[in-house]
Design a protein around this ligand. Structure first.
Ligand SMILES: NC(=O)c1ccc[n+]([C@@H]2O[C@H](COP(=O)([O-])OP(=O)(O)OC[C@H]3O[C@@H](n4cnc5c(N)ncnc54)[C@H](O)[C@@H]3O)[C@@H](O)[C@H]2O)c1
Length: 443
């Protein structure tokens, strides 16, 4: 672990007592599916499938010790009963209307929690069409400068906390993907960032204002979209100074999750790769936003980075030099949220013989993303109580394009990410790391 996620030694981990607020910029498909799901679980209508914090166990000690508690029994995490939800969105629909429009859940599942969803009404958003071109919204804050807007978000966080008598708050960005922005001098230091907000510099996107507001309020921030947002030196510096955990970018759900499962398998067996062609059709609002080439570019960058870092062509030129990697997303309205992805993988074996793997994944994006939102919120809250701050490398497991310390390659391999996550929990709870050496069983 780098110093950015280091824990101050000997500091006891704060308890998970009291209520935890989870705020989402964006009350669309992912956010409403997440909120409806948590309430459905609380009412005993479903199980938290897909969530490590709720369902996974963690092995402690030797294999012969038979100690494998649930993560939630091992680590002090907020209980689902203590979660309170809020959101911002430029579209004024409450969570019930938004869930119906998103078309992810069936009416019977929405109806069962309708009273709960109806009460979640989005606060006016910081929104600007220049950064997300395909959405029109009326529920938008006004402010002279971007700094004013960030201050209004800070006030929203304080009001939300007071209104619901919350002990702690976490923010998870579930809003649309913004256009591609390259990190520039405006993002280099906190001072430059603040000056850029004051002069309404174009390089400061709305998502950055939410991240800034969160960190200023001591609220952990997770970025579920691929836009730059919290991934800048300025905001990293602020998070370090204020003792706030941050993580991102881009929830690792369908096709990229598959890539991070298959590619480590190919590499483990030293099989070559000639090319990987991925294409998708999806018809939800996210698909519509991604139909804009500038938003797609942000997504494409995030999706493309995965294979190179897993396969390490610089170490294995005979296997992975110059493979072709193409990613396409096609907006196709009849599909709604039920995306379909096709992967054609051209692999190379013994004596250069070519082989192919085809994957046809009929996935439901928001069904895969919702438990990720839950886990990120609970783990980020835990991280803060454990004295962790800055980039949370151990949460890379959940992201397509994980943030990493400057100069460090992010880790993409799902299995290394899982080991890192579990070992971090063991470390924080004072348990031994598991090396899988195993010689002790054969002495
Ligand atoms: N669904 C997945 O599996 C998945 C995976 C990875 C990343 N993501 C990302 O998560 C995000 C949400 O996905 P979704 O399917 O829920 O999209 P969605 O279009 O259904 O919802 C996004 C919502 O964000 C709102 N919004 C846009 N700009 C905003 C702003 N500045 N402040 C507050 N709200 C704003 C929109 O009005 C919309 O209601 C997208 O960026 C998407 O790329 C989703």
């Amino acid at each position: 672990m780098g110093s950015s996620s280091s824990r101050e030694a000997r500091k006891p981990i704060g308890p998970a007592s009291g209520r935890l607020g989870i705020l989402t910029p964006g009350l669309g498909a992912v956010a409403t599916t997440f909120m409806a799901g948590v309430e459905s679980i609380r009412r005993g209508r479903s199980k938290p499938i897909g969530s490590l914090t709720q369902m996974a166990t963690i092995r402690l000690g030797k294999r012969t010790d038979n100690r494998s508690p649930l993560i939630k029994d091992f680590v002090p995490l907020a209980s689902l009963d203590d979660l309170v939800f809020g959101a911002w969105d430029p579209i004024p629909d409450d969570a019930l209307t938004a869930a119906r429009k998103a078309g992810v859940l069936e009416e019977k599942d929405i109806e069962a929690v309708a009273d709960f969803l109806r009460e979640i009404k989005p606060m006016p958003a910081v929104f600007d069409n220049r950064y997300v071109t395909r959405i029109k919204g009326s529920n938008v804050k006004q402010g002279k400068t971007k700094r004013d807007l960030a201050e209004q978000l800070r006030q929203d966080i304080r009001d939300f906390k007071a209104r619901h008598k919350l002990d702690r708050v976490v923010i998870v960005w579930c809003a649309s993907t913004e256009i591609f922005i390259k990190p520039g001098p405006q993002h280099a230091t906190l001072e430059q960032f603040e000056k850029a907000m004051e002069r309404n510099d174009e390089a400061i996107a709305p998502s950055m204002l939410y991240a800034y507001a969160a960190i200023m309020e001591g609220v952990p921030f997770c970025n579920g979209a691929p836009n730059l947002c919290v991934d800048t030196p300025a905001l990293l510096q602020l998070a370090q100074e204020r003792g706030v955990p941050i993580s991102g970018k881009d929830f690792k759900t369908g096709q990229t999750w598959m890539k991070t499962v298959i590619a480590p398998g190919l590499k483990a067996r030293m099989l070559g790769l000639a090319g990987w062609y991925s294409t998708n059709i999806l018809g939800n609002r996210d698909g519509e936003v991604l139909d804009d080439p500038q938003s797609f570019k942000t997504k494409e960058e995030s999706k493309l980075s995965v294979l190179h870092t897993i396969l390490q062509p610089e170490l294995y030129p005979d296997l992975y030099k110059d493979f072709a990697h193409v990613v396409r997303i096609n907006y196709y309205p009849p599909r709604g949220d039920n995306k379909e992805g096709w992967d054609n993988i051209d692999i190379v074996g013994w004596m250069n013989y070519p082989m192919q793997i085809k994957i046809n994944f009929l996935c439901r994006d928001s069904i895969l993303a919702a438990p990720i939102v839950l886990d990120l919120a609970l783990f980020s809250d835990f991280a803060q109580r454990a004295g962790m701050k800055g980039i949370q490398d151990w949460l890379s497991f959940y992201y397509k394009s994980p943030m990493a310390a400057p100069g460090l390659q992010p880790e993409h391999d799902l299995f290394i990410q899982q080991t890192k996550l579990k070992n971090t929990l063991r470390h924080l709870m004072g348990e031994d790391q598991i090396t899988h050496l195993g010689l002790e069983y054969y002495a």
